[in-house]
Design a protein around this ligand. Structure first.
Ligand SMILES: CC(C)(COP(=O)(O)OP(=O)(O)OC[C@H]1O[C@@H](n2cnc3c(N)ncnc32)[C@H](O)[C@@H]1OP(=O)(O)O)[C@@H](O)C(=O)NCCC(=O)NCCS
Length: 165
């Protein structure tokens, strides 16, 4: 097994130098079952991370947090979480991805809680997520964050919303 449930989960801001390690973390095709797409190459990730490291569009119409999820004393990268905040920063669209070898160990749930703790301290009041209606693990994570399912479906993904109090 690649990880252990009692290992500490931490978030740290993603940097361009993470591309090589993350290309391995994100290499399993099953990760794209509900979201579409395919495993990115290291070069793809480098290009993406250069853009993501800018933190959002130059006009500041929105702000993005991109965090690597790490576990254990050696800070092994296991996935990432993201939040996109509109200019007023009162809400955030959030998402989570954990690499196949580290799934089922509670890491996404703990990373999502760390992300929402961070958002709460930034004054964010509402969280929003979209994912495929058959995606049970994401439903469980959203429920644990106190989110509820809405009737809104965007590109085949159901919108979930919740409040940070
Ligand atoms: C969704 C994802 C991040 C979950 O990662 P994970 O680290 O395995 O999740 P956790 O171990 O924290 O489990 C979260 C909950 O889902 C449940 N769960 C995990 N895998 C499951 C599965 N295959 N089927 C049903 N439930 C599952 C867990 O039991 C847990 O529930 P609990 O809180 O009641 O104990 C991971 O599957 C993933 O990266 N998928 C691909 C990317 C994706 O589609 N992301 C969603 C976009 S928002």
């Amino acid at each position: 097994m690649a990880g252990m449930m009692n290992e500490a989960v931490t978030l740290r801001p993603l940097c361009v130098g993470d591309a090589a390690e993350m290309a391995v973390v994100l290499s399993h095709p099953v990760l794209y079952r509900y979201t579409g797409g395919q495993p990115p190459s290291e070069a793809d990730l480098k290009r993406l991370y250069v853009i993501q490291n800018r933190g959002g569009p130059a006009d500041r119409s929105e702000m993005r947090l991109n965090d690597i999820v790490t576990v254990g004393d050696d800070q092994q990268a296991v996935g990432f979480v993201q939040a996109t905040l509109p200019a007023d920063q009162r809400s955030a669209e959030i998402s989570w991805v954990i690499g196949r070898p580290w799934q089922g160990l509670g890491y996404a749930g703990r990373a999502a809680l760390l992300l929402t703790d961070d958002l709460r301290t930034r004054g964010v009041e509402q969280i929003i997520a979209h994912f495929h209606p058959d995606h049970e693990a994401s439903q469980r994570i959203a429920e644990r964050l106190g989110m509820t399912e809405s009737d809104v479906v965007v590109d085949g993904e159901t919108r979930w919303t919740g409040f940070l109090v």
